[in-house]
Design a protein around this ligand. Structure first.
Ligand code: S3P
Length: 169
């Protein structure tokens, strides 16, 4: 099986939907944020605080290069991987890239109590708006878009599987 790679802004449900896909297909879920935390032995906020965002993006890029050529997994990416277009093209070469989307209101509801996302520290609503304004054109370059508002993880996983079977049989 080729990889299924879930891309999208924070709070679009990548990890939740990824867990459903992985359980259904009996394949591993590779979640980039925890993988980076394990290798660095630091939480994501601590990596940002100690070394800055640019360093985090380098770690993320190195992990994409490691994961992209593999097969047989569901990969839940970090919301910022679209900032480097090479990340998307590397993943797209070897699997199905699905971009999960949600309205800013839904995103805010889903991340309201989260403390593990340094880019949303402070006024979450403002941060979400500012980051989405910057990144929307990048997410929009992904051909397969999956809307997640008011849909269950099972329904979303099924849409992704249908697309996978259409593309790869
Ligand atoms: C980030 C998203 C996070 C994590 C880091 C930065 C981003 O991943 O990589 O906090 O820039 O959007 P999730 O999308 O899994 O929350």
């Amino acid at each position: 099986m080729k990889n299924i790679i879930l891309v999208g802004f924070m709070g679009t449900g990548k990890t939740t939907v990824g867990a459903h896909l992985a359980a259904q297909l009996h394949v591993p879920l590779l979640d980039m944020a925890p993988l980076i935390e394990t290798t660095e032995k630091k939480s994501i906020p601590q990596i940002f605080a100690d070394h800055g965002e640019a360093h985090f993006r380098n770690l993320e890029r190195a992990l994409v290069q490691q994961l992209a050529p593999t097969h047989g997994s569901i990969i839940s990416t970090g919301g910022g991987i679209v900032l480097n277009p090479d990340n998307l093209s590397d993943f797209a070469q070897h699997g199905l890239v699905a971009c999960l989307t949600a309205t800013p209101q839904t995103i805010l509801q889903r991340v309201r109590d989260d403390q593990n996302r340094p880019l949303l520290a402070g006024d979450k609503e403002k941060q979400i708006q500012a980051l989405l304004a910057q990144r929307q054109p990048l997410y929009d370059t992904i051909p397969f878009q999956v809307q997640t508002d008011d849909r269950s993880p099972q329904e979303i996983a099924q849409s992704i599987l249908n697309e996978y079977h259409q593309q790869f049989g």
